[in-house]
Design a protein around this ligand. Structure first.
Ligand code: CA
Length: 226
């Protein structure tokens, strides 16, 4: 059997049945799945195996998925998709606030999980080939390094999704962009999430990039001031 080798996906999940199911689907799609049953082992595997994407369960024994995600983000911008059994909105948002790229609620269809994995990888690959820098209001947004320089010279590396959002706003600086427009451009047309996701990511950008000139047009959307 020949399947394309699309690289390694790390699954951090304590339920063996879910791991078996996702392994099957990953292999069908040409990914190799590494399974870690808890956060500590997952962080180890991240260091040693350098996966292309991480599927991370929120409800883990010991260190929970939220904390694992924070620790991943401290060392890596690998795409992280959270798996959560708790449907409450707050859990999803918390998942995004700690720097996850996406989430899927349990019970999920393995097909949906694979679609999300391929989507985050596609976005990572679609990063502009030719590095370029947008300079506006004293800020520099660098698509080659995927980092941002403040007027004072501080260099910040937002998460992959935060960077894509900032790049989209900066590319369209001076224009008010609606949340739906932003969702479609940054998360993709097939994204099933809510426009509140955009608000959460803008809030994160403002927190990380103090003074970034992103203004809110109430009831409309966001604008990067030119
Ligand atoms: Ca679990």
């Amino acid at each position: 059997m020949t399947t394309p080798n699309r690289g390694t996906v790390l699954l951090i999940e304590d339920e063996a049945a879910i791991a078996d199911l996702l392994r099957l689907y990953c292999e069908q799609e040409g990914f190799r799945l590494i399974h870690a049953p808890n956060g500590e082992r997952g962080l180890e595997a991240l260091r040693e195996r350098d996966p292309r994407a991480v599927l991370l369960d929120v409800g883990l024994p010991g260190m929970d998925g939220i904390e694992v995600c924070r620790r991943i983000r401290a060392v890596s911008d690998v795409p992280v998709i959270m798996l959560t059994a708790r449907a409450e909105e707050v859990d999803k948002i918390v998942g995004l606030e700690v720097g996850a790229d996406d989430y899927v609620t349990k019970p999920f269809s393995p097909r949906e999980v694979m679609a999300r994995v391929k989507a985050v990888l596609r976005r990572a690959e679609e990063a502009p080939r030719v590095p370029s820098v947008i300079a506006a209001s004293g800020w520099e947004v660098d698509s080659g390094r995927r980092e941002v320089r403040s007027p004072a010279g501080a260099v910040v590396r937002p998460t992959a999704r935060e960077f894509d959002l900032l790049w989209y706003l900066a590319e369209n600086r001076g224009l008010v962009l609606s949340r739906t427009q932003i969702l479609e451009a940054v998360w993709g047309f097939d994204y099933l999430g809510e426009t509140r996701t955009v608000d959460v990511h803008v809030r994160q950008l403002r927190k990380k990039l103090d003074g970034i000139p992103i203004t809110t047009d109430w009831g409309v959307g966001y604008r990067f001031e030119a």
